[in-house]
Design a protein around this ligand. Structure first.
Ligand SMILES: NC(=O)C1=CN([C@@H]2O[C@H](COP(=O)(O)OP(=O)(O)OC[C@H]3O[C@@H](n4cnc5c(N)ncnc54)[C@H](O)[C@@H]3O)[C@@H](O)[C@H]2O)C=CC1
Ligand SMILES: O=C(CO)COP(=O)(O)O
Length: 336
């Protein structure tokens, strides 16, 4: 049986490891940093810190030792905060087998380099494109851990790899679609976190569904502009990795990014919101690397720009709103 190592025992790493265990096509080992979480998964089949009250599949095992998790793993799934990926890969690299397929569950872009997570993986581990994939889509971890129905996209430019991974994670409640558009799938997931921050701010300011729908729709338009400039198929962004994930994340109180924005919009200071946020809200840091990428390619991303202003340059929500609404009148365009 294929061995899969899931590196990162937070919300999504744990929930996705449970999907793999429920799918029953692989022997799955979850690797977190803390021995007490590994013990709770092994002995009580739960992760009380990240998914309290959820019963995990008893076949799912866990360890806090990366070498043990990675030993013999044919598939390595990674779910750590995006900005820590490179440092983590450097410590794990000696234990990752040369033929292993490495799968990113992460939705961020690296600060400093503006590289997507699959690019960081390929660069650090010197892997060919057939061995790097992503799983993305409308996948709020808590709902999936509760085994509520969901769909996803498994993307790899090498189709047989995407299809192989699709079969490993397909279960009664989790329906993955395959795609060869890695760039579109990955950018859809990263940019939607930035748009979810903006939607959260609007909700926190007391605005209703018109404002939310406007941000989601214009957020998708700027995502498509960037993704197409980087070689993606614009149809990918109309699918689960783009529109699907935007709708789920921007509508859900479970989203850490939306919640982060909502707290800021309701009048808390950035410092207060950061202090209250215990889990990873990727859009906060990735907004900067995504804007850098957009500028490099001459792409206009006004919502992302407003989010960067609020997250990093003391722009108030009221000032961000004014800047957005007072832009010059334009024809509506979707895409380039
Ligand atoms: N939670 C969700 O619903 C979903 C999350 N994602 C993405 O998955 C990725 C991981 O997110 P979550 O699991 O939700 O985050 P989380 O905050 O729940 O867990 C992060 C995990 O990484 C570990 N970690 C933190 N800093 C680390 C470091 N320096 N080195 C190694 N490990 C470290 C933590 O101990 C924890 O186990 C993010 O990119 C997120 O955007 C994608 C889809 C759904
Ligand atoms: O990516 C997600 C849902 O698909 C989770 O969103 P948050 O990281 O904002 O919680």
């Amino acid at each position: 049986m294929t061995k899969v190592a899931v590196m990162g025992g937070g919300s999504w790493g744990t929930a996705f490891a449970n999907v793999l265990a429920d799918a029953g096509q692989a022997r799955t080992v979850l690797c977190g940093r803390r021995a007490e979480i590994a013990a709770a998964v092994n002995e009580r089949h739960e992760n009380p810190d990240y998914l309290p009250g959820v019963k995990l599949n008893p076949e799912l095992s866990a360890t806090a030792d990366p070498a043990e998790a990675l030993d013999g793993a044919e598939v390595v799934v990674v779910a750590v905060p995006s900005q820590t990926l490179r440092a983590n890969l450097r410590t794990w690299a000696p234990h990752i087998g040369p033929g292993a397929v490495v799968v990113s569950l992460m939705k961020g872009v690296e600060l400093g380099t503006s590289l997507r997570m699959s690019e960081v993986i390929a660069e650090e581990l010197a892997l060919p494109e057939s061995q790097v994939a992503v799983v993305t889509g409308p996948n709020l971890a808590r709902e999936i851990a509760e085994r509520q129905p969901a769909t996803a996209v498994v993307a790899c430019p090498h189709e047989p790899t995407a299809v192989r991974l699709q079969h490993l994670c397909k279960s009664a409640y989790f329906r993955p679609y395959s795609s060869t558009d890695l760039v579109g799938a990955e950018l859809g997931g990263a940019v939607k976190n930035v748009i979810a921050l903006a939607v959260g701010v609007a909700v926190g300011m007391g605005f209703g569904d018109n404002a939310k729908a406007s941000l989601i729709t214009r957020g998708l338009a700027e995502t498509v502009r960037l993704a197409v400039a980087l070689g993606a198929d614009e149809h990918t962004l109309a699918g689960l990795a783009g529109m699907g994930d935007l709708v789920a994340t921007c509508s859900s109180p479970l989203s850490r990014n939306r919640t982060f924005g909502e707290r800021l919009g309701s009048g808390l200071t950035l410092e207060q919101v950061v202090a209250e946020t215990k889990q990873t809200a990727e859009g906060v840091k990735s907004s900067e690397s995504i804007l850098a990428l957009a500028r490099k390619h001459g792409i206009d991303m006004p919502i992302t720009e407003a989010v960067v202003g609020m997250m990093h340059h003391d722009l108030s929500p009221a000032e961000a709103l004014l800047a957005f609404m007072s832009r010059s009148a334009k024809p509506e365009r979707y895409g380039v």
